[in-house]
Structures are given as C-alpha cells and as structure tokens.
Design a protein around this ligand. Structure first.
Ligand code: ADP
Length: 479
C-alpha cells in the first residue's frame, strides 16, 4: 500500500494526494503519495507561524533544547532506516544516505546546545547612570526553501538554528524529495513543538514557493537552490524589506600541482567530482592540473573511473548511484554534448547505462583538453561530469581557479607549504580545502561562498546566529 504524506499546518496534518515520489534507481518503485499545497495552504501556514511566534520566541532555552535534543536522538536511533529511505528517494548511495542522516542528527544536537549558550553584552553608556544591553532576538516567521540534493541535511541546517533562536517556520522542501522532509517534520512535531511553530508545505516552487516570496508576513527567507530562483528570492525579499540568505551554484576548482601526492590527488578528484553522482554544490567540476603531473594524473583517473561501481543506490556495493531524475539526466547529457562541440576530448564515460531496473544511470564523464572559457568550465552542470584544464604552473592554476562567476569551495593538492598557504589566502572561495575533496564539510563550522554562489550571512555553526537573530540595543537609566 502506498503511503499518503500530508502537509503540517498549524499542528494538523492536512491535504490530499497531489504528487508521487519515484525512486531514481528503479522508476517502478513509488515511495508514496504527497500532498501538494496551493497558495491558500501557504497563507494558512504563514498565518499559523505568525500567530505562534510570540509564545515560541519567549519560550526560553529549555523548551527549545528539549525538542532539538529529542529530535537529534530519534534521527540517530533511526539512521539506517532514514538513510535508506533517503537513498531510495534521491539516488545517493546507502553509505551517503546514512552519513547524511547522521549529520542531520549532529546538527540538531549542535543547535540544542546553542540554545543554552545564548549570550548578550552589557556595557556602560557614554551617559553617566545609563546602562546598555545588547541582546539577540528571533527574527519572526522564517521561510525555508530547500533543494533536492541533500534532502535531510539542508532542511536540518536551516530548521535547527531557526528553532534554536526562537523563530517560527514555513518549510517548503524540493518536489523530488518530500519523504525526507516529511520525516524530519514528523519527528520534530512528535518531539513536542507547539502548533504553528513548524509548518510543512510540500508542493511546487512556482506555486507554494512563490506564495511565500510574495507574503508580507515572512520576515526572513533562507534559500538553497539554483541561481535563477535565488535571484527571484532576492528581488521579492527586497520588495518586502525582509532578510534573505541564498546558497546557489558552484563551479569549484581542484588544483593539482606537480608536487602533489598522486594518490591523494586522485582520491580528492574522484570523490569531489563524482560521489553523490556529482550532485553537490561543492563538487569539483574543474580539475586544474599542472604540466608535470598532467599525464600521470589523467591515467590514474581513468583507471579509477573504470573501477567505480555504478548502480542501484540501495545495493551496498554501489559507489555511484543514478542521476536524480530525467530532466537532470538530460541536462548532464546536453552538457556532455556541448563539451564535445566546444572541442574538449571526452576521455571517459558520459554514456547512459542499463541496469536490472529502469533508472537514470550515467557513466561518470571526464573531459580533457578543455579551456576555462568553455561553457563546461563556466556553467554548473550538477552531474557526474568534470573537465581537466591543463596549466603550466601554480600562478596560472590560481588565476584559472579564480576566473569564475562562482566562489563556493576550492581545493589544492600539493606538498608545498608555500603554495598551500598562498592558495588558502588568495583563493576567492568561501571554503578552501588542502589535500581534501572540495565537497564534504563539518557540521559545526560556517558554510557558504562568495561571488555568485552565496548571498548573506553564513549557514551552520555559531555563524548561523547572524541570520536567524536580530540585535536589540536597550538603554536603561537607573538614576
Ligand atoms: P533546482 O534546479 O536545483 O531544482 P530550484 O532553484 O529550481 O533548483 O529549486 C530549489 C527550491 O526552490 C525548490 O524547493 C523549488 O521548489 C523552489 N522554487 C522553485 N521555483 C520557485 C519560485 N518561483 N519561488 C520560490 N521557490 C521556488
């Protein structure tokens, strides 16, 4: 029997079946039916969040700690089951699905702790007899709009700080991954959140997402997704004078210098470019390699690519799962065609694969002989596709790495302290990795980028406070 998952509005599960959720490893496998909210439901959810804000924002740290801690504990206890469902829904491997679920538990645990560490400042005024206090308060109703590629971690890293700092929420997950979103909301609801504090509105971006953008009653929006939608969020937020935070694309460079350890460089490139089917905004899509190591690196990459097991995400042996859906697969294939037309050499992969079940399987693709001016070097593909750009030395590598409209992550593989240090200081990215893949970050430190990748304060860690709170400066005259 297929399950029916409903939206949570003002503490009630509401709605009729509106969309189906299909497993990208096996399109005959349907996870369930999901309610699809319209503008009216969005309005009800926003009104409920607005009504719940005064009490929740004054609820005190212990009430918030209790809900967040309980949520973390339940997610951790169910990590295998939730991780499996995530892999079935999104197509990342079982290990990645379980890993992401553990990360969500850690995020709730971290922000449970933060509720007990909120502090302010008190200073003497320049006027005698007057004291000044600086405190932080919740912003109000926050709208959270999330993408499909991290179906549980991204909702967790927005919901946990939003609740910890006393905000109420309208949460709109991506259409492709409602099960993970529903699961996390169900856990939070049962953990004891008062009605209206967290509202789930599954549905179309152009309908329910747009209704959120157009509402004067949403005080802040945190968005992760495409550049195009990010710009709409920005424009609508300016119109309503609300706070907004955007995490968008990347075209992240991994530099490999002559003095790199070859094994480390290949590990970093394979993981960064192809794991999670390349569907990470932190993926290494440009491999910038100096002359002296180029041929050895390419040979080793082809050898490793040839050994990767591509298949059903739920098979424990699989290393690369399917692409998430038909339209993303088409985008990947279109870019592979564009790369060839531009004159890059497709040295490995790029073709559709047949497996036992119907799914969106694509062999990871590696281009050689590409330049940084080609579209495959400038536009985010968001699939298992990477291209090698050959350069003469470190200086050229750094210049090419920075020559991009994006700036999320960057990486360098080198054994030179001088070049590693120089790269960390001069790379125009929000997160820089030395001898590590560009993807794969800790849950307790800031996440975010520069240039066209991000806008607004950082997410995660203590830095999340900047977005989810507003500062109050209070003056008291005591005679
Ligand atoms: P992707 O191409 O990765 O799916 P999108 O930016 O289209 O990226 O989607 C990210 C999130 O933004 C999803 O939850 C989607 O439903 C939502 N979204 C899409 N269009 C709009 C819109 N016009 N207004 C608000 N949210 C939207």
């Amino acid at each position: 029997m297929t399950v029916l998952r409903k939206n949570l509005i003002d503490g009630e599960w509401l709605g009729e079946a509106g969309s189906r959720n299909v497993n990208p490893s096996n399109t005959n496998d349907v996870l369930g039916e999901y309610a699809s909210a319209g503008p009216e439901e969005a309005k009800q959810a926003i009104a409920a969040a607005k009504a719940a804000f005064p009490a929740w924002s004054r609820s005190g740290p212990l009430a918030r700690h209790a809900v967040l801690k309980k949520t973390s504990d339940e997610i951790m206890a169910r990590k295998d089951e939730i991780g499996r469902s995530l892999a079935r829904e999104e197509g990342k491997t079982l290990a990645e699905g379980v890993g992401e679920t553990i990360r969500a538990a850690q995020l709730f645990d971290f922000f449970a702790g933060e509720t007990l560490r909120l502090s302010g400042e008190m200073v003497p005024s320049v006027r005698p007899g007057v004291g000044v206090e600086m405190t932080r308060e919740g912003v109000g109703v926050v709208g959270l709009i999330t993408p499909w590629n991290f179906p549980i971690a991204i909702p967790a890293w927005k919901i946990a700080p939003a609740l910890a700092y006393g905000n109420t929420i309208v949460f709109k997950p991506a259409e492709l991954v409602p099960e993970s979103a529903w699961t996390i909301v169900d856990i939070l609801h049962r953990a004891g959140l008062p009605k209206g504090v967290l509202n789930l509105v599954m549905g179309k971006g152009s309908v329910v997402g747009q209704a959120m953008l157009d509402s004067p009653d949403i005080n802040a929006i945190s968005f992760t997704g495409s550049v195009g939608t990010g710009k709409r969020v920005a424009a609508a937020s300016v119109e309503h004078m609300r706070k907004f935070q955007l995490e968008m694309g990347g075209k992240n460079p991994l530099v490999v210098l002559d003095d790199a350890d070859l094994g480390t460089a290949v590990d970093c490139a394979i993981n960064g470019a192809y794991f999670s089917t390349g569907q990470r905004c932190t993926a290494s899509s440009r491999l910038i390699v100096t002359d002296g190591i180029h041929d050895r690196f390419v040979d080793a990459m082809k050898e490793r690519l040839d050994k990767l097991v591509i298949g059903d995400a739920l098979d424990a042996k699989t290393q690369i799962g399917p692409v998430v859906d038909q339209s993303q697969l088409k985008q990947d294939e279109d870019y592979i065609a564009i790369g060839r037309q531009e004159g890059a050499e497709l040295a490995f992969g790029g073709e559709r694969l047949e497996r036992e079940t119907p799914g969106f399987y694509l062999r990871p693709a590696l281009f050689l002989g590409s330049t940084n001016a080609m579209r495959i070097s400038r536009e985010e593909i968001f699939g298992p596709v990477a291209n090698v750009i050959r350069v003469k030395d470190y200086d050229e590598a750094l210049a090419v790495a920075n020559d991009t409209p994006f700036g999320l992550t960057s990486g360098i593989c080198t054994t030179s302290l001088k070049h590693a240090t120089h790269f960390k200081r001069n790379s125009e990215a929000g997160m820089v990795m030395v001898n590590l893949p560009t993807a794969g970050v800790d849950f307790h430190v800031p996440f975010g980028g520069r240039k066209g990748s991000s806008y607004g304060p950082r997410e995660q860690g203590r830095y999340a406070m900047e977005f989810y709170t507003t500062v109050k400066t209070a003056y008291t005259f005591a005679g």
